[in-house]
Design a protein around this ligand. Sequence first.
Ligand SMILES: [Zn+2]
Length: 322
Amino acid sequence: MSDIIHLISSGHSGSTLLDISIGSHKNFFSTGECTYFTWQLIRADSDIFNKKNGNVCTCLSKLDECSFWQKVITEIKNRKGINEITEKTFPIIVFGEEKYSKTKPLFKRIEKLLFKSLVKYNLKSFALLTSLWERRKIKNLSILYDSISISSGAKYIIDSSKDIFRYWLLKKIDKKNNHHVVLLVRNPKGIAFSDIRRYKDKAKPIAKVYGWCRKYNLTTSILKSLNVNPHILVYEEFCRNPEKELNKIYDHLKQPNIKKLSINTSELHLVAGNPIRYNDEIHIRVDEEWKTKLSPEINDTIDGILETRLKSGLIKNIYNIS
Ligand SMILES: [Zn+2]
């Protein structure tokens, strides 16, 4: 079976771009935000399917009509003994994400909160107990990965769902597959600036930076509790020299290096992710406009937040924060 590479990052950090870049290697297969597989299947039936709705495969077929996912779907149905893949027969979203079912029952929210705190405070056995409900989904995920593995023949499957709790559960429950982590980090000032550039008056750059600190504090403490040393990839370094950063990952996994990154999106089959996955051509370039255009006020506010809120030593080292 294939190993799984989990890309974990804060939102808007380029995880889809990294997913398809790593997946350009012959031994690797990109799945995008794999956590939305069942959701995309259900949605493709109920909504108008097109690029804008984001509910078509990267190859532009409806998910259940895509030649690749058809193989996966048949494999899952055979393994599970089901005729149809629905939210009921094949749930895979752990702790029910908002996008999946619009209203989350109160007990679900409480369960998620309880689980989060137990993992956060390292009460592993209690956390596993609270997650009993979720075991079925983790088992389904394992079936999904196996089916992708068989259908793609790849040595490594890349999953950019970005969810650290889902990874925690997989690591604890799914002992059958090897799970690796690539921790992707993009400068929060770059994230704040692109938020302002995109949403103008409606932008919430400061809230994004607070969220960024929370995500990496939590992620690195959970990885530490699991004794996992993540492969850290700095987004800006990746944009400067994609091949060099990709080869570090391939070296780590003892896979042959690549000379020149070339991405052909029409051959990809990502379930979900950033719309960049539909672009005919992908040009990776360093975007450091924030260095000159971010207002000094916001710049100083972000520095203040990073100094007081960022606890993770791993991430502090990247940005030389004492
Ligand atoms: Zn496809």
